[in-house]
Design a protein around this ligand. Structure first.
Ligand SMILES: Cc1cc2nc3c(=O)[nH]c(=O)nc-3n(C[C@H](O)[C@H](O)[C@H](O)COP(=O)(O)OP(=O)(O)OC[C@H]3O[C@@H](n4cnc5c(N)ncnc54)[C@H](O)[C@@H]3O)c2cc1C
Length: 485
């Protein structure tokens, strides 16, 4: 008997783990926009949060997650994340994944808003790369479609039945399956300053929206306080784990920035630290991470040290790293249940593209890798327990290319507009102005670039609309109430 077909869009940890768990019993294809190594998962530095020690517990992890999320989280989803998380981690360890240890004990990092050290890491500060590679190296029975961009979910009788893709020569390809899993990550590239990989520009959110899926909590975008900042440009992330090891945010004159702002000082929730830094920058300050207190900086953070060397930052001498906040993580996304199911039959969403409700209004540091693992496992378990009817190869026609009535904006111009209107602090006037500006453009998908810009526009409009509806600040959504200018 022929196997059921599964199409996974995205090759980060969520998509790769789902593929690993499904590949023996199903015909699995992974479609990915760049190479299989291009994802935010590969860039993750700090680690994975999980309550794995005797003095920690899922209950404590639940409490921290809930508090960071401003109690906007869904309790059942947080419970699933924090109780199933350690089980999923132990399973990976049994399969051969190695997290950093000393004398037989896991070395656990401390990050912002965690009440205790519970961050497992690998390769020092290369957790994402080690974990993604560990999973992908086992993907011996999947078909890869690299350098193909999914541009449309194909539907038949209100069900998702396939995916239409554009390759790098702008040729269309259709893939059909009984189960379509979106694992396309977040949307950092909508913004001019971001930690995210080049391919992470909100495509999966636009695909889901155009297919009729429900999206929620789109106004909640986390801005990371510390991106490496040189000559007006950002060059990747300086992990929060560096502050966890004692680094402090300072002004150029050496004074500490977070003193008196929050009881957790430099490890306060990210929205508070980012907004404080943005305020300092607006007043003309240059911001630095002062690393004198970090023991063995180079061996604990080999990836960051190499990046600093590549960019000729004299951190050994000055003990300072120049930093700036930037777009990092989307808390909202395609609404799913606890199995990754969306409101469209046959369509699932896992990882950062999904909104299960685990993060609420603000994500607790290092909970997103855990989310990719937990829901990568859970979607696979659900599909295995619920066989679908095998369909014949669909005859649904490929989507037609749109003719442009109006030109699309230039990508950089769009990013700049998004940065101004949808950044760390928003106002009603800027949001409304942005929405008016977007009315000049239409969707197009003739080329990968057009499809990407169209997706960015669509997703940005949804963020602006959601942000306007939430008239009070909550978590990562900061709106200056009563301000119209
Ligand atoms: C610099 C950085 C550091 C981070 N550090 C941490 C950390 O220490 N701990 C933590 O918990 N979290 C961290 N995060 C967040 C975390 O890495 C991500 O939330 C998580 O990896 C998302 O995994 P994912 O599988 O959902 O998506 P991703 O890993 O982002 O993968 C998405 C995939 O989808 C593909 N794709 C996108 N659009 C399309 C399309 N149209 N067609 C085909 N393919 C497409 C992409 O190319 C990519 O392969 C970090 C993020 C960044 C950017």
């Amino acid at each position: 008997m022929k196997k059921e077909r599964i199409i996974i869009i995205g090759s980060g940890i969520a998509g790769s783990l789902a593929a690993l768990r499904l590949m023996q019993d199903y015909d699995v294809t992974i479609i990915t926009k760049g190479t299989k190594q291009e994802s935010n998962s590969m860039l993750a530095q700090g680690g994975v949060a999980a309550a794995i020690t005797k003095d920690d517990s899922p209950k404590k992890h639940f409490r921290d997650t809930f508090q960071a999320g401003c109690y906007h989280n869904k309790p059942l989803a947080v419970c699933e994340l924090t109780t199933y998380g350690p089980i999923v981690i132990q399973k990976l360890i049994k399969e051969g994944m190695t997290f950093d240890q000393q004398n037989g004990e896991f070395l656990l990092g401390l990050e912002g808003a965690h009440q205790m050290p519970r961050i497992l890491h690998a390769g020092g500060d290369q957790t994402g790369k080690v974990l993604t590679t560990f999973i992908q190296n086992q993907l011996t029975a999947v078909q890869w479609r690299e350098q193909e961009m999914a541009i449309q979910i194909i539907k038949q009788d209100h069900q998702a039945v396939g995916v239409c893709c554009l390759d790098s020569n702008n040729q269309l390809h259709n893939y059909y399956g009984e189960h379509i899993i979106l694992a396309t990550g977040g949307l950092g590239q909508l913004f001019p300053v971001t930690t995210n990989a080049k391919t992470i520009s909100g495509d999966g959110l636009a695909l889901a929206l155009n297919a009729g899926a429900t999206l929620s909590d789109m106004e909640f975008i986390q801005f990371h306080p510390t991106l490496l900042f040189i000559d007006g440009h950002c060059h990747g992330l300086i992990s929060e784990a560096v502050r966890g090891e004692g680094a402090k945010l300072i002004r150029e004159n050496g004074t500490a920035i977070m003193e008196g702002v929050h009881p957790l000082l430099d490890l306060a929730p990210r929205d508070i630290v980012s907004a404080t830094l943005a305020n300092e920058i607006a007043q003309g300050e240059l911001i630095f991470l002062e690393i004198t207190a970090v023991k063995n900086f180079e061996s604990r953070f080999p990836g960051i040290s190499a990046s600093l060397d590549n960019h000729q930052v004299p951190f050994r001498k000055t003990k300072r790293i120049p930093v700036h906040p930037g777009a990092h993580f989307l808390m909202g996304g395609v609404r799913t249940d606890l199995h990754g199911k969306t409101n469209i039959k046959g369509l699932y969403a896992i990882g950062e593209v999904a909104n299960t409700g685990v993060h609420g209004a603000n994500r607790l540091a290092s909970n997103s890798l855990l989310e990719t693992l937990v829901f990568g496992e859970k979607v696979a378990a659900y599909i295995q327990a619920n066989p679908a009817k095998k369909r014949n190869q669909s005859v649904t026609p490929a989507p037609t290319k749109h003719l442009l009535a109006h030109p699309l904006p230039d990508k950089q111009q769009l990013q700049e507009k998004i940065g101004i209107a949808l950044g760390i602090t928003r106002t009603e006037e800027k949001l409304t102005e942005f929405l008016h500006w977007t009315n000049h453009f239409e969707q197009a998908n003739g080329t990968c670039e057009e499809a990407e810009i169209s997706n960015m526009l669509l997703v940005a409009k949804l963020i602006a609309t959601s942000a306007l509806k939430r008239t009070e600040s909550l978590g990562a959504h900061r709106i200056l109430e009563g301000v119209t200018k």
